[in-house]
Structure formats: C-alpha cells, structure tokens
Write a protein that binds this ligand. Structure first.
Ligand code: F6R
Length: 607
C-alpha cells in the first residue's frame, strides 16, 4: 500500500527520505517519487522503478533541500505511470505539493469543480484533486488551507503537504489511513509507519482519525477533528532496526518463517493459567455475557479465523461465525447484542476489517476484541478488548509468523471462553497449556524438514496449477497453503476440504495437477486415505504431509514427508509451516520477487 515519508529539518533531508522509502518498500508499490523545496521552488523526481532507481535519479538531478515529501504508490486510480506517481503539484509555477495514501471518494466531483476553476489535471489520480483543492484554498497559510480542504474530502486519507511559499512548514492530515509523526532533534517527520523513520528517530506520535498536524523543525502542533489543539502521547518505539536486518537468510519471508519458534514463544509469554484478563480489563464480564462469536478478517487472517471456529466450537461450545470483512460490511445480517465480535489483523489498519468492525458496532454489538500484531493500531483503539501478538515486524508481504502467532492467540481465546463457560476442566487446561509451551520446540522440529520440502519445490516450480486438500480443522490450513503458493509463486492453487473432491474438483485431476494433502493422525484419517486413493486412481500426483503413525507410505505418484509428531488440536499450526516452506522454495525456484509479489501490498489501507 502507499507509503509516505516527509521531513522538515535544518539539514538536507533527501537521504532520510530515500532511506524511509526503502524501509517502506515491504508494503508493496509500483512507483515512487520525492519532492523538495529548493530556492523557494518545488522540484521533484518520480519513477516507475524501484526506490534504488529513484535514488539514482535524485543524485543525477542533485535534488536536495531541508523540506521534502516522498511516496511509494500502489496504484488505485490511474495506471502505475510516472505522471500518476506522487508527489502531485498544483499552481503555475507549482507552489503546492501533496503525497497521499487512501482513496478520495468524491474526487470526480472535486475534479469537475476545480477544472471549471481553470485547474488542469495531469494525472488520473484522486490525489491530484487534493493538490489543486489545497492550492485553490491557499492564502499564505498552508495549515489553514489543508484544514479547509479536509472538510471537503470524502473517503480515506493520510496526507503530507508543503508549499514553496513556506519552506519551513510541513502539514499533514489523517483520516482512515495511518500516519505518524517522528519527533527528532531540530527536525520532525511524517510517515506511514514508525519503521520508515526508525533510522532517524524512535520518538513517535500516532495520529488519530481526524487529526491535522503542523510541523516545523522545532514545533509540533496537532489539532483534532473538532479543531481543538490536542496533545498526543510520544511513544518510544524500539526493535524496528533488528527487523530490517536479513541476517543469514535470503529473503525476509524465509527469515520470518524461521522466526516462528521465537514469535510464538513471545506471544505465549509465560502464561501458566488462562485468565480472561489476558484479553484486557473487563474481559471476564464480557466473556460471561456473550453467547455467540463473530470473527471478521481478510485473507490469511480470515483463515486464522476459520481455524479458530473449530477450536472455539469444540472447546467452548459457543456458536462461531467467520466472515470475510469486505463481504460482511455490505450484506444484511442479523445482529445479536450478545455477540463477541473478534477482528483479526496483522497490521491493525486493514480498511475492510476496520469498516466491518465499525459496521458490527453500529448494528448494536458493543463487545469487540481484536487479535492484532500492532499495539498502537486503529484496530486496537477501536476495540473494547485486545490481545497483542508478538510476532515482531513482518516485512515479507506474504504473512507467515503473523499467522501462526494469530493462531496461538486464538487458541488461548478458545481456552479462555471455554473456561469462562465452565467447559474447561483444570486437568484439560494444564494439558493444553503444556502443549502450548512445547509448541516453539515442535515448530523448530518442523522447520528441520526444510531440505525435504526443497526437493519437492523444484518439481513444483514447473507446475501451473495445484490443489491443496485438508479435512476438519486442517481445511483452513489447505486454504492458507493455496493462498501462500499463489501469491508468491503465481501458480494457480485452490484449497478444498478433501471430502468435496468428488463433488467437482476431481475433474481437474490429471498427471499435470499436483495435489498437496495434509494428513494429520486424527479421527478423519481413514476418510482422508480414501480421498487420497480417489486422486491416485485417476493418475493424480500426491504430495502428502503425513503425521507419524498414519501408515501413509510413498509409492508411485504418492510422495510423503513425515511430520515429526501429531500435535492434537494445535496440529494446524505445525502443518501450516511445511506449506509456508513449500511456497517459499517454489517461488525461489521460479525466480519471483518473494518478499514483494506483484500487485500486492503489505497493509491494505484502502477498500
Ligand atoms: C497473505 C496476507 C493477506 C493479509 C490480509 C489481511 O499472505 O498477508 O492476505 O492477511 O491482507 O491483512 P491484516 O492481517 O493486516 O488485516
């Protein structure tokens, strides 16, 4: 998704802006740009290549300045082309420059109005309308013009704006898209996330929806949505530097897959008893009151939710619905005020999930809880209760450690709900906690299968389609395995509950269709074996991840990797990891840009 870095300083800020853009590359982008004010004039460089190419261009054109804004763009309105890349300028000669993340929904109306006033549009973007709007309202006070402009904007935005007439002033606004202030020594920054400016300052202010900011080198003024001056807390943010280090790994995705024992262990901390307060003050009363769970999420986080449904219904016996956030928010549903609405989000800024949460609240369901990896995110602020996963920053676009830590947190939630409904005996609680504590070691044992998975990946890399089969609580794992493969290797893949094969997808099975099968040693094993035979009998090639003691043996066209142990209810976490490794090594063998797959963004802050 689009990324913003802006700075006002007493030194040349171009190197800091470029470093910031590089740190934001993980979010996904298709063009980038940077503008500075030099000698009271606006200058910019824009590129449809990588930030490294933009840096070369900047050097060639010798851009420098003490005030600047920069941007990585993930195209929504208008193709990824140089003329659509930000910053956008307005004025003749240019005097206003704008970078934007979000979507301005009324941009067509604004475009019409501003065109009638004589403004000429050079791009197809919604952002250019903001630049012209600010220019049309500008009477020598940038902050005032931005304040007035924001009153006209419908949609979501994080904005950084500057004017050539005020070379010591950087203004910004946030509504629906993330924006932070970095407070430095005689310099201040605006950025989409703290990671972007981690090389420069660790003093971060998280802006709230409706906030506007007015920055100079030594002042920070924040005004809330009602126009009142407001103080927001300055947080000291750590640990971002380490995340950006690749260490011995080839890609961030590989690094993050191997960080899972640590990430899960940090997420579980040293919990030795399940208490509702793990999810925040007041959770005990909420858990007692609710009689239904509604999980809202997107993508991989949605699959974490689907897995949690099996756990919550099995352990706590509470009916649980799981909905794709972008669908839920637009359909008629039947609200039950005794519902616990659970959102799951790695970033905590996903526009669809946030909107679905607000929709659920507006329907009269006040009890909300989020499982989220970012403590300061909008999702955490919007929810009554929260559990923060401790995956650490995830840079690879394809979610790995964020997913497994979500699963660990959701398992704790299932236990907490079961306990509050008096459905978890203390023996069972002890046994499950023992399993949870051992989980990091169990994950490490699965990671040791990497060389075997790499052998499969070479063969997989030559395929164009694949099926993933699972049953029961491993069906969501099959869906997640298929998503991971398609997003980073671009191989078309579908996940199915194995029992559904004969109702349609079996028609696809030929020797050209690899069928990845998750075979845990559970009560559905014998049925799964029949499904394996259905594929085998039709000449399909099976790749089976089988638990020990399943008696599934390799034979012609049936390849087997044996999992170290069967892990009971927590088995989906282990089976996910082999599928992550398979996708990763297949993508590497195909030579794709693993950490930044085409067309995708890390945190999807637009609808
Ligand atoms: C896939 C992936 C996405 C995200 C989805 C939701 O690997 O990462 O499907 O899971 O965009 O993002 P969050 O969890 O940030 O709400």
């Amino acid at each position: 998704m689009c990324g913003i870095v802006g700075a006002v300083a007493q030194r040349n800020i171009v190197p800091a802006l470029l470093e910031g853009l590089q740190r934001l590359e993980y979010r996904g982008y298709d063009s980038c740009g940077l503008a500075v004010i030099r000698d009271h004039g606006l200058e910019r460089a824009r590129s449809t290549q990588r930030v490294a190419e933009l840096a070369q261009q900047v050097q060639l054109e010798q851009l420098s300045g003490r005030l600047g804004i920069s941007h990585t763009r993930w195209a929504t309105h208008g193709a990824p082309a140089t003329h659509n890349a930000h910053p956008h300028f307005s004025g003749n000669p240019p005097r206003i420059a704008v970078v934007h993340n979000g979507i301005i929904e009324n941009y067509e109306q604004l475009r019409e109005e501003l065109s009638a006033e004589g403004y000429v549009f050079e791009s197809q973007t919604d952002t250019e309308a903001v630049a012209h709007l600010v220019d049309s309202l500008y009477q020598g006070d940038l902050f005032e013009a931005l304040q007035q402009a924001c009153r006209r904007l419908v949609g979501a935005y994080a904005l950084a704006v500057m004017s050539s007439d005020e070379p010591d002033r950087l203004a910004g606004a946030r509504y629906g898209s993330p924006l932070v202030i970095g407070v430095g020594q005689n310099e201040n920054f605006l950025a989409s996330d703290a990671l972007a400016i981690a090389g420069t300052t660790d003093q971060i202010i998280y802006l709230e929806d409706g906030d506007l900011v007015d920055l100079s080198t030594d002042t920070v003024l924040i005004v809330d949505r009602d126009g009142n001056d407001i103080d927001r807390i300055v947080h000291t943010v750590q640990a971002h530097m380490a995340a950006a280090d690749l260490g011995p790994y080839r890609h961030y995705m590989q690094k993050e897959i191997f960080e899972q024992p640590r990430a899960v262990s940090d997420t579980l901390q040293d919990i030795d008893e399940i208490v509702p307060e793990l999810f925040g003050a007041g959770a005990a009363e909420v858990f007692e009151e609710i009689d239904q769970v509604l999980i809202l999420a997107c993508g991989t986080s949605f699959y974490a939710g689907l897995t949690a449904k099996y756990w919550i219904e099995s352990l706590a016996k509470i009916p649980t619905a799981v909905e794709i956030a972008s669908e839920y928010r637009y359909r008629d549903s039947v609200p039950n005020p005794r519902t616990l609405v659970v959102t799951i989000s790695q970033s905590g800024e996903t526009a669809d999930t946030l909107a679905a949460l607000k929709h659920a609240k507006s329907l009269g369901m006040p009890h909300t809880l989020t499982i989220c990896n970012v403590a300061t995110s909008a999702m955490v602020r919007e929810c009554e209760l929260s559990f923060i996963t401790r995956a650490g920053v995830e840079i690879g676009v394809a979610s790995t450690k964020a997913f497994t830590t979500q699963l660990a947190a959701l398992f704790l939630l299932a236990m907490a709900l079961a306990k509050s409904k008096a459905r978890l005996s203390s023996d069972r609680e002890r046994e499950l906690l023992r399993k949870l504590r051992h989980l990091p070691k169990a994950i490490a044992a699965v990671l040791a299968l990497e060389p075997q998975v790499m052998d499969w990946a070479d063969r997989f890399a030559r395929k164009e389609n694949a099926l993933f089969l699972g049953r029961g609580m491993h069906y969501p794992v099959a869906l997640e395995g298929a998503l991971k493969l398609k997003e980073i290797s671009y191989i078309h893949a579908e996940g199915y509950p194995a029992g559904e094969l004969k109702h349609g997808p079996l028609a696809l099975v030929t020797e050209a269709m690899p069928v990845v099968t998750i075979a845990p040693k559970d009560e559905l094993l014998e049925k799964l074996k029949s499904n394996i035979q259905e594929v085998h009998a039709r000449g399909g090639e099976l790749y089976v991840f089988a638990d020990a003691d399943t008696n599934i043996r390799p034979e012609n066209n049936i390849h087997v990797i044996r999992m170290p142990e069967h892990y009971g209810m927590l088995s989906p976490i282990l089976h996910t990891i082999t599928l992550q490794l398979l996708s990763y090594h297949t993508a590497v063998a195909r030579g794709t840009d693993v950490d930044k797959p085409r067309n995708l963004a890390k945190s999807v802050t637009v609808e």
